[in-house]
Design a protein around this ligand. Structure first.
Ligand code: CO
Length: 134
């Protein structure tokens, strides 16, 4: 069902500092910050030859990553995103097998303009899993 690793998302407190870390210290190609008000984050994409890393900074107090950063003040890996060909078929099959889909279970448009869903971390080894239809 799952295909390529689309991205690993890392929650950060200071996007400018984290951008500099990836660009200057690690020598990666890094995008300009992209505000995503619908998701409560500002995102920077780190482009790697085989995948992406997304640096997520909270936007506003209701940001879904604000609590995560309270628990992980140095930042940390927030989720990993796998590609699927058919997100509704993947969702239905996962639900049949007892996996919990977050929110109302309907795909939302994610940071790349494609439908995404999130799966409960307790069902996946303590890791928040995002599925993105490609
Ligand atoms: Co993501």
């Amino acid at each position: 069902m799952i295909g390529r690793l689309n991205h690993v998302a890392i929650a950060v407190k200071d996007l400018a500092a984290s951008t500099a870390l990836y660009r200057d210290t690690l020598g990666a190609t890094v995008s300009a910050p992209l505000p995503q008000p619908a998701h409560g984050v500002t995102v920077v994409f780190v482009e790697l030859p085989n995948t992406k890393v997304e640096l997520l900074e909270p936007m506003g107090e209701a940001s879904p990553i604000a609590k995560f950063l309270e628990r992980n003040p140095d930042g940390g890996i927030h989720h990993i995103c796998y590609e699927v060909e058919d997100i509704l078929a993947a969702r239905d099959k996962l639900k049949e097998q007892g996996a919990r889909v977050l929110g109302d279970g309907e795909p939302k448009i994610g940071a790349h303009g494609k439908p995404v869903l999130f799966l409960h971390p307790k069902d996946f080894n303590g890791t928040l899993v995002e599925l993105e239809q490609v």
